[in-house]
Design a protein around this ligand. Structure first.
Ligand code: FA5
Length: 358
């Protein structure tokens, strides 16, 4: 029986077949195990004689199985290695790559240009309170200009996790909203740093507004310069210098159109001349010239003395100018895009069409 078993083990073609042989010999009901059980019924003398022989057979079978098992495993590995070859010369599959969004690109570029002009970058919270967004900017609760901002308010939010304000006026001042412009950063920065000050504040702002040139979330860059003897000429020079650097052309024409903002006096709106080439808007030239038009990019003006006062700056000693430009509109002009809403659809085909995707 032993020789037959050893032959069957040697012949086993697979690990499964080998295991069957193991069970047949060494398993609970295997013939070696049964032989070992007979030892119990023998007399001590018989047992002394038979036991070593059976144990020897058991050891021989077990080591034969072990050896065969190692050989089968090695063979299996061999064939696996042979069949699973990698062709390292095949071209790699092309996967879409991420890229910088045009709005982020524009924010980086403008921060760089303003840094060269000596402007620091400031930030403020997107969840803002009523006081910083409106009141401190000379728009008290009854001011009609508030209605123009289509504000997203938080319903009865109590800021800072604190107690609800006792008077309704105090609650009004602390009512929370999504900031409708970057101008509250003017207030926060002046309160923190005082004057003189020279900064830009780029960031997201929100208004309930949507068409081809308006989206509910958009981006502005605020500019603020407060110092002694600042006048409107500084504002014009700064904006012109910035736009020439940004659009990389000398024939940029700005139109400063008289306007009204509660927080600046006088106030001017900033338009830039562009022409339509095909369905692409190209910045440059005079907006009133043949085939040209004006695009409104933002508002600006001399900081209202009431705003300086509310932010703790002495308006008899300091003057300043401020501007707020729509970054998305600037990006549209730079990259010749027509519809602002496409900026936020997140379609990679659109991004790559303008050279931003992969
Ligand atoms: C303001 O928001 C003022 N805070 C700007 C300002 C700052 C004036 C400092 C004076 C001093 P206005 O609401 O006009 O102004 O918005 C400024 C610019 O943001 C617009 O000219 C436009 O370019 C852009 N803008 C406004 N609404 C949207 C919108 N829904 N989608 C995209 N861009 C917008």
């Amino acid at each position: 029986q032993k020789d037959a078993a050893l032959a069957a083990i040697a012949d086993a073609a697979s690990l499964e077949a080998l295991d069957e042989q193991r069970v047949a010999a060494l398993g609970k009901k295997g013939w070696v195990s049964l032989a070992l059980k007979t030892l119990g019924q023998m007399s001590p003398e018989q047992r002394q004689e038979a036991a070593p022989a059976i144990q020897a057979v058991r050891a021989e079978i077990a080591s034969a199985i072990e050896a065969k098992k190692a050989a089968l495993e090695a063979a299996e590995l061999e064939s696996q290695l042979a069949s699973e070859t990698l062709d390292l010369t095949l071209p790699a599959p092309v996967r879409p790559q991420g890229s910088v969004h045009p709005v982020s690109q524009v924010m980086d570029e403008l921060a760089e240009i303003f840094a060269d002009l000596g402007f620091a970058v400031a930030t403020g919270p997107e969840i803002e309170d009523d006081w910083h967004n409106f009141t401190a900017l000379n728009m008290d609760e009854s001011h009609p200009a508030r209605a123009m901002h289509d504000t997203f308010y938080f319903p009865d939010a109590v800021p800072d996790g604190g107690q609800p304000a006792s008077s309704s006026e105090a609650l009004g001042q602390k009512k929370m909203l999504l900031r409708t412009h970057t101008s509250p950063v003017q207030i926060r920065s002046m309160k923190e740093q005082g004057a003189p000050i020279r900064l830009i504040a780029p960031g997201r702002v929100y208004r309930s507004d949507s068409d081809a040139t308006h989206t509910p979330m958009f981006h502005q860059v605020e500019g603020l310069v407060v110092d002694r003897d600042i006048h409107l000429g500084h504002l014009k020079w700064t904006l012109e210098t910035f736009f020439k650097a940004f659009f990389e052309r000398e024939d940029i024409t700005l139109r400063l159109r008289p306007s009204y903002f509660p927080f600046t006096e006088p106030s001017v709106e900033v338009d830039v001349g562009y022409s339509n080439e095909g369905n692409r808007r190209v910045v440059g030239g005079h907006g009133d010239a043949e085939g040209h038009d004006w695009m409104e990019l933002g508002g600006s003006g001399m900081v209202n003395r009431r705003v300086l006062e509310m932010a703790g700056v002495d308006p008899d000693e300091y003057q300043g100018f401020a501007f707020g430009l729509g970054i998305d509109r600037i990006a549209m002009l730079k990259y010749g895009m027509n519809d602002l809403r496409a900026f936020f659809d997140g379609d990679p085909r659109w991004l790559s069409h303008y050279g931003f995707g992969a």
